[in-house]
Design a protein around this ligand. Structure first.
Ligand code: COA
Length: 340
C-alpha cells in the first residue's frame, strides 16, 4: 500500500513548528515586517485552528500545506513549504497537486514560496493557471500635511448613521460587484448578502471597534453613494473600507470623504492611520499617495486563479469596474482586512 503523503500535523508537531518557522522567516525577509510586528505574524501563521497537513517523503515530514476555506469560490492556500532538497519546482508541483486533490482547486495562494526564486515560483504557478497580484499596507503619519482640494460641487457629506446600514450594504455591492477585491474578500455565495455581511462586520467590530469620528458618507445625486468606514484595531486606526458608487467615481468624492475622516480622527489626536490596498488598484493607490499615505508593509507576492475570477486585480483595466483593498492574511502584509 502506498504511504499516504499528506498527514495530520499531530503526526509530528515538531516538524510542523520547524516548517512554519521557515514560512515566517521567508515572509519577514520578503515584506520587511518590523520587529515590533513579528510576534503577530508568528501567532497568525502558527495558529493550529486552521487546516494544515504535513507532507511526507520517504517516510519523513519534509513539507507543510495550510489553507483557509472561507471563500465559497475555492480555498486559499496560505502556507506552502518544502525543505531542501525537495524545494524545487517539481517538488512543489507534486505537493500542490496532491493538496488540491484533497481540498479542490485553490482560488488564491500566498507567496513567496520558500526556496524558489521568483522565476521558479512563476513557472510553478503560471503553469497551473495562477496569475500574480500584490497587496500593501499603507500608513498616514500623524504629521503628514493633508493636501486640500476643492470640494466636489453638489455633494453632501455627513457622519454615518445606524440607519445607513442597508444602504451601505447595497453601495458595497454596487462598488465591488465587478472588482477584484470583491472576490478576494468573498465569504458567501450570494454576493448581495455577502456585501451586507461585510458592512455589518465592520460596524459590529470584527476588525476592531467602529470609529464614528473617522467614518463619513457622501450623498451625490441624493442617494448614499460613497463611504469611508474606520475601526480601531489592535495595531491602531484602520480605514477598513473606502467605496464610491461606480457611477459617481472620479468626481473627488473619495478624496473628500477620506480627508474629512482623517480630519475627524486627528481632532481626537489619533496616531498613524493604516489601510490595505491591492497594488493593481491604481486609482486607489494614487489617491492614498496623494493624501500622504506611504507603503509600510509589502507589496506581498500573491497569486489568484485567473479562470475562476472574471476581473483583473488591475482594476482600472477591468471591464465594468468603473474606475478603478482585513487585518492581513496569515502572512504579511498583515491584514487581509476588508478592503482597503
Ligand atoms: C478608489 C475610490 C474609492 C476613489 O474614489 P473616487 O471618488 O473615484 O476618487 P476621486 O474622484 O476623489 O479621485 C479619483 C480621481 O478623480 C480626480 N478628481 C478629484 N477631485 C476631482 C474633482 N473635484 N473633479 C473631478 N475630478 C476630480 C482625481 O484627480 C483622481 O484622478 P486620478 O486618479 O487620475 O489622480 C473609488 O474609485 C472606488 O470606490 N473604487 C472601487 C472600490 C475601491 O477600490 N476602494 C478602495 C479599496 S482600497
Amino acid at each position: 500500500m502506498a504511504y499516504p503523503q499528506l498527514q495530520p500535523v499531530d503526526r509530528d508537531p515538531e516538524a510542523c513548528r520547524r516548517l512554519l518557522q521557515r514560512v515566517v522567516t521567508n515572509r519577514l525577509a520578503n515584506y520587511g515586517v518590523p520587529e515590533s510586528r513579528r510576534a503577530l505574524l508568528q501567532e497568525q501563521l502558527g495558529s493550529t485552528n486552521r487546516p494544515m497537513r504535513l507532507y511526507f517523503a520517504e517516510g519523513r515530514p519534509v513539507g507543510l500545506v495550510g489553507w483557509s476555506s472561507g471563500n465559497p469560490l475555492g480555498p486559499t492556500v496560505d502556507l506552502l513549504v518544502l525543505e531542501p532538497p525537495h524545494a524545487s519546482v517539481a517538488g512543489y508541483g507534486e505537493l500542490l497537486d496532491r493538496a488540491e486533490r484533497e481540498i479542490g482547486p485553490a482560488l488564491f495562494l500566498y507567496g513567496p514560496v520558500p526556496g524558489l526564486s521568483l522565476g521558479e515560483e512563476r513557472q510553478l504557478l503560471e503553469a497551473r493557471g495562477f496569475r500574480p497580484f500584490a497587496r500593501s499596507e499603507m500608513t498616514l503619519d500623524p504629521s503628514a500635511k493633508l493636501g486640500r482640494r476643492p470640494a466636489p460641487p453638489g455633494v453632501e457629506t455627513r457622519p454615518v448613521r445606524p440607519e445607513d446600514r442597508a444602504e451601505l450594504g447595497a453601495l458595497h455591492h454596487r462598488t465591488y460587484r465587478d472588482h477584484f477585491d470583491g472576490y478576494l474578500f468573498l465569504e458567501q455565495e450570494d454576493r448581495v448578502e455577502d456585501s451586507r455581511r461585510e458592512v455589518r462586520q465592520i460596524l459590529e467590530g470584527r476588525w476592531g471597534a467602529f470609529v464614528a469620528d473617522g467614518s463619513r458618507v457622501a450623498l451625490p445625486d441624493g442617494r448614499l453613494g460613497g463611504a469611508v468606514l474606520t475601526v480601531r484595531g489592535a495595531e491602531g486606526v484602520l480605514i477598513a473600507q473606502v467605496m464610491v458608487d461606480p457611477e459617481a467615481q472620479g468626481r473627488g468624492i473619495g478624496a473628500r470623504l477620506l480627508t474629512e475622516s482623517i480630519e475627524g480622527l486627528r481632532a481626537h489626536g489619533d496616531g498613524p492611520i493604516y489601510l490595505n490596498v491591492t497594488e493593481g488598484n491604481r486609482r486607489a493607490v494614487r489617491l492614498y499617495e496623494r493624501l500622504g499615505f506611504v507603503r509600510t508593509l509589502g507589496p506581498s507576492q500573491d497569486w489568484y486563479r485567473a479562470e475562476r475570477i472574471p476581473v483583473s486585480p488591475t482594476a482600472d483595466a477591468a471591464p465594468g469596474a468603473g474606475s478603478a483593498r482585513r487585518p492581513p492574511a496569515p502572512g504579511a502584509p498583515p491584514a487581509r482586512s476588508p478592503a482597503p
